[in-house]
Design a protein around this ligand. Structure first.
Ligand code: GTR
Length: 326
């Protein structure tokens, strides 16, 4: 794992904006935890092509995939400091720092892919993107991240009771910890890159994620039981460091924002294909997939909503999401 000492941050800020006087070209570094070829990685590459074309080559984007720049939580800090210019992360990696975005981490808040798209493509989505300003990043666009379900190495989960005494890795977000607790399991927050060995060595029984992550991170090799409770649809988000953003001319800011929006359709297309491919791959590998009756899982989430949706503004936001069609 790559950890950047704070003292080195200044030097890297300078290095990250690789400006070549001859071509006046700036190469922006973008981080992603996923491997090359993953839909989010390819979407950010496409975004970079649009930016390059629309700025006549003044800006380029280089995607550092496979967590080359660090695990998500660390890369967020580095993006806030301007050490990393761009970052494609899951909203879950922000934990509960951005209240409006925390709402998207509420289990079962989205009813379907159409509901998720209708919410994020409209004014509510813009409101959530704008809320990231409070944590020194500029959120440019949402990408698809499918739905997350539990998987483990020992048995199918059919009801929340089956989770009793089991340890599940979760993202480093309090709401994930409370969600697993409310279902009767034990949550172990840990970086994504440690999940495979965690399951293999028995430190944890399993984790929760979408098919493409379960497949591409190799988790299906060590945790054969994938139980389709689909408790979460957490948006992926492309963010830019506020420090870097503030250094862009207003016309260029507009180009970056539009290029990000224009990369969304491409990502959704790649995502839909990857979900099908990953499901097929994990099945070939011997994954045992079971469907579950979601009702008791949904019912168990009441305390999570009660804990996180107390502020009247957030209550209103949740109600507006629930009232959106789809
Ligand atoms: C994936 C997401 C990653 C990362 C990972 C995790 O679905 O795309 O960005 O957040 O989950 O669980 O850590």
């Amino acid at each position: 794992m790559f950890h950047l000492p704070r003292a080195a941050a200044g030097a890297v800020v300078a290095a990250s904006l690789l400006v070549s006087a001859a071509s006046a070209q700036t190469v922006l570094r973008s981080s992603d935890t996923h491997p090359d070829g993953y839909p989010t990685v390819e979407a950010v590459k496409y975004f970079g092509e649009l930016v390059k074309e629309r700025t006549d080559g003044r800006y380029e984007v280089e995607v550092f995939h496979s967590a080359q720049l660090g695990q998500e939580a660390d890369t967020i800090e580095q993006t806030q400091f301007g050490v990393i210019d761009l970052n494609r992360i899951s909203i879950g990696a922000f934990g509960t720092q951005v209240p409006e975005a925390t709402v998207t981490q509420l289990p079962f808040i989205f009813r379907s892919v159409d509901h998720y798209h209708n919410v994020l493509d409209g004014p509510i989505g813009d409101e959530i993107l704008a809320a990231f300003d409070s944590v020194d990043v500029v959120a440019l666009a949402f990408y698809d991240g499918g739905s997350r379900s539990f998987y483990n190495s020992s048995k199918p989960i059919e009801t929340p009771d089956d989770m009793a005494g089991m340890k599940f890795r979760v993202m480093q977000s309090d709401i994930f910890v409370d969600m697993v607790g409310a279902l009767g399991g034990n949550a172990t927050p840990m970086p994504y890159g440690e999940v495979y060995s965690g399951i293999q060595t028995g430190v944890i029984d399993g984790a929760e994620n979408n098919y493409p992550s379960y497949d591409t991170a190799g988790h299906a090799e060590v945790a054969k039981y994938y139980s389709l409770d689909e408790h979460l649809m957490v948006p992926e988000v492309l963010v830019m460091s506020k420090i870097v953003w503030d250094g862009l001319a207003p016309e260029d800011q507009e180009i970056f924002r539009q290029a990000a929006k224009d990369s969304v359709a491409k990502q959704r297309e790649l995502w839909a294909a990857q979900e099908v491919e990953s499901k097929k791959k994990v099945e070939e590998l011997g994954a045992k997939i079971n469907t579950v009756d979601k009702a008791p899982f949904i019912e168990a989430m009441k305390p999570v909503y009660e804990k996180y949706v107390t502020d009247p503004k957030l209550k209103d936001l949740v109600e507006r999401i629930q009232a959106t069609e789809g």
